[in-house]
Design a protein around this ligand. Structure first.
Ligand code: 3H9
Length: 748
């Protein structure tokens, strides 16, 4: 490598020009002339930062962002692009510029890990402005995902050329934010207020074809080299001297009745994104785009973005984004652990769970053998499955061809010999240990020796189930949530002897069917249901103390829960919880407390099993799922309170929330101490995706950190003084974190 001279760009790090082969690592900032292996073509390459370089493709300057895996806009990306713009602007030999990203995607947005920190270097807004101000055509070469700040920078370019597979979007609302790099001001000028707010408010990306229709991109290219296509396009634009389109100079769209349009969009967003601040701020920012000059609109956007960036909602949603990806990383299990091939799946049991699990695999393209004991039960299961397929076809979610494939993919049988060739089988029979052990003994005999034997139990001891086989290393828990073909959470429960490759295979398989797998240790209820026990316990104690089911549910829905605990109990079926209590009573693990589950048990005795019997904590009109208050239940609660000597009083909504949510935090801390969950973030992922905990609060652990662990500890201690230590003794982990002035987040 020969150094041939300094570029003298006046930056703090010295930049040098040198000549090297294409394979040379550009490890120091600098300029190089790269020769292709044939030596026919030379590229002048300048490194502007560790993630950005510029290249000359003849008279076309190309800015290349190279920040794997998704070209997130880190400070080095912003500073690098800014520097490249200065260099290419000054170079008279450069007639047009292309902004391109290495790898398979354009920039997928700001670096989420850096949000909330003090910004350094150039801002995204400055980058867009710098690109836009260039006096030669600038083309963004879009491929993969052009999201968030990535799309905003592309909007700063004069033209956009997209590969046909590109997804373009402003998903900031999903992180509790609005676009903060000029997107709320430029996008309405390009596609109109309604389409802009559709994209910004929903956060959903559009396809390249849709983007072309909207005018968001100027050219879509079929699978070809996107860089070559964008360079050719830039050359055309330069040759034709096409006027540059600077969106900041475009007049905002005129909307005849802006107030009416924005208020109808607002009421839609209040419905679809209940309790979220960001979509409403997005409307405010877009209003500014239409009603104020560009620079004022930008200032409004910056103010609103900063407010949101520092909000607890955005912190929670950013935490969840990262936590939902971190769950896949298994401590102690290397990423390259060999996995078993799973091509055929078996399901034992055609009840609600079995059907849902069969559908989940079938819809993801895997053939399923579903076994039920009785022909009549099998027929019911297959009919219910056919109904779901027909519904998907009727709603246009699948084509007739896909419908036929799905129907053919699930084979029903009444004999377990149907499992002779499966690679994985999931048992979903009634929650009864003796029954499950019998099933597993049969599975061991019938399934191939390489097959993974999984149980969908929601609470039972995996080791005891595995013990019914001679191959406990192949046994694992796969706890799906109902309806299993819709709910994304699966607890992957590791038994004492479960083999490492079985865990790795299960986690990979769950991901491959578009679900989120969370690894859990083996204990009663694993992560989610173990925490649920305390939540449900307090929700019922509060009834004895004076609250009504509707007040408890209302307070927790007000907190953001998708459903109140009593409505949820009615939906799941009160007999399920009652059976769990019977089991624990027999095992001697139920607390010695006559109040525990007393109301639900009485309701079950009265045949009030919930929605399925049109009566539970609430009553239901035939065919309706709307919970209606029931005086019979109110009387029963009063009688039980009297019988148990519980003094009734006014209970506040605030107490309801604290009494129900703090036990979640306390139990979660014990779960962490025992190593049942890998990290606090995993617990949050479980509760948000499986139990309707509000995403905008980030899960119980994130909520505890936001509340302050000292406050959580103080309230646990206070409830302990009021209600006794049985349920309220603080977990030692919380005491330790408070003493160290630390948070759960430090354990992620
Ligand atoms: C924004 O842009 C604000 C601006 O308006 C204002 C600026 C002033 N940052 O999801 P995957 C990582 S807000 C950092 O598994 P996929 C991810 O953590 C941002 N890291 O892959 C994972 O890491 P690891 C707006 C990021 O193929 C790896 O990449 N943009 C970012 O299923 C692979 O991710 C968004 O909200 C990021 N922005 O999906 C887009 N994105 O391997 C967020 C990804 O260590 N990203 N990572 O676990 C996505 O939606 C998906 O990741 C994407 C790829 C569709 C891009």
């Amino acid at each position: 490598m020969d150094r041939v001279g300094s570029t003298g760009e006046g930056r703090t790090r010295a930049m040098y020009s040198f000549v090297c082969k294409r394979s040379c690592p550009l490890s120091t900032l600098g300029r190089a002339t790269l020769a292709t292996s044939a030596g026919t073509q030379a590229l002048v390459v300048t490194e502007h930062s560790e993630t950005v370089r510029s290249e000359r493709h003849g008279e076309i300057g190309v800015i290349v962002v190279d920040n794997p895996p998704v070209n997130a806009i880190a400070p080095s990306v912003r500073d690098g692009i800014y520097s490249a713009v200065q260099e290419l602007s000054a170079d008279e030999a450069v007639g047009a510029v292309v902004l391109h990203c290495a790898g398979s995607t354009f920039m997928a947005g700001a670096d989420i890990r850096g949000l909330g920190a003090r910004p350094t270097g150039r801002t995204t807004t400055e980058i867009s402005a710098a690109l836009e101000a260039m006096r030669k055509p600038v083309v963004a070469a879009l491929q993969g995902n052009a999201l968030g700040g990535g799309l905003e920078i592309a909007l700063g370019c004069h033209f956009r050329c997209a590969h046909s597979g590109t997804r373009l979007g402003l998903p900031e609302v999903n992180l509790g934010l609005i676009p903060g790099g000029g997107g709320t001001q430029r996008l309405p000028r390009l596609v109109g207020v309604e389409a802009a707010l559709q994209m910004i408010g929903s956060g959903k990306p559009v396809t390249a074809a849709e983007a072309l229709r909207l005018g968001l991109v100027d050219r879509v290219v079929e699978p070809v080299d996107i860089l070559a296509a964008a360079v050719a396009y830039a050359r055309e634009l330069r040759d034709a001297a096409v006027p540059l389109r600077r969106l900041s100079e475009v007049a905002p769209p005129s909307v005849p009745d802006l107030d009416a349009l924005l208020s109808s969009i607002e009421s839609g967003l209040r419905r679809t994104r209940k309790g979220e601040q960001a979509p409403l701020k997005a409307i405010e920012a877009v209003r500014a785009a239409v009603t104020t000059p560009f620079h004022e609109g930008l200032a409004t956007e910056a103010r609103l973005f900063a407010e949101l960036e520092n909000s607890s909602q955005s912190r929670a949603l950013r935490h969840l984004f990262l936590a939902e990806r971190q769950v896949a990383k298994l401590r102690g299990i290397p990423v390259d652990t060999p996995v078993r091939a799973v091509r055929r799946v078996g399901v034992v049991g055609g009840g609600t769970m079995g059907r849902g699990i069969a559908l989940a695999f079938c819809n993801a393209g895997l053939p399923v053998a579903l076994v039920e004991n009785e022909p009549a039960a099998l027929e019911r299961a297959m009919a219910a499955i056919a109904d779901v397929h027909a519904g998907a076809l009727g709603k246009g979610r699948i084509t007739a061809g896909q419908h036929a494939e799905r129907i053919a993919r699930i084979r029903g049988a009444t004999d377990m010999s149907a499992f002779a060739e499966v690679d994985l089988v999931i048992e979903a029979v009634f929650e009864d240990m003796a029954l499950k052990r019998r099933v597993f003994a049969d599975l061991e005999r019938i399934c191939p020796s390489h097959a993974i034997l999984a149980t969908n139990t929601s609470a039972l001891d995996i080791d005891a189930i595995a013990g019914a086989t001679g191959r406990p290393q192949d046994v694992i828990g796969l706890h799906f949530f109902s309806p299993a073909h819709i709910m994304r959470l699966v607890e992957v429960v590791q038994g004492r002897q479960t083999a490492t490759d079985v865990i790795a295979t299960a986690m990979k398989l769950v991901k491959s069917i578009d679900k989120i797998g969370v690894l859990a240790g083996n204990c009663d209820g694993f992560i989610g249901n173990r925490m649920l026990a305390g939540y449900r316990r307090e929700a019922e104690f509060l009834l004895l103390e004076g609250a009504s089911p509707q007040q408890v549910d209302h307070a927790l829905v007000g907190f953001g829960m998708a459903m109140g605990p009593h409505a949820m109990g009615d939906m799941a079926g009160l007999d399920i919880g009652a059976a769990g209590r019977r089991r624990r009573r027999a095992e001697g693990t139920l607390p010695d407390d006559p109040r525990f589950g007393v109301i639900a048990d009485k309701l079950v005795e009265l045949g009030r099993l919930g929605q399925k019997t049109s009566a539970g904590f609430y009553r239901y009109q035939p065919g309706s799922r709307d919970p209606l208050p029931d005086s019979e239940v109110a009387d029963l609660i009063e009688q039980e309170a009297l019988r148990l000597g519980v003094t009734r009083r006014q209970v506040s909504d605030e107490e309801i929330v604290e009494r129900c949510v703090y036990p979640l935090i306390n139990e979660a801390a014990r779960i962490l101490e025992e190593g049942i969950a890998q990290r606090p973030g995993d617990i949050d992922v479980v509760w948000v995706n499986g139990y309707g905990f509000p995403r905008v609060r980030g899960g119980p652990m994130q909520f505890a950190d936001e509340t302050g662990l000292a406050r959580v500890l103080e309230r646990l201690q206070q409830f302990g003084r009021q209600h006794g230590p049985l349920y309220w003794t603080p977990a030692p982990l919380i005491e330790r974190l408070v003493a160290e002035n630390a948070t759960f987040a430090t354990l992620n």
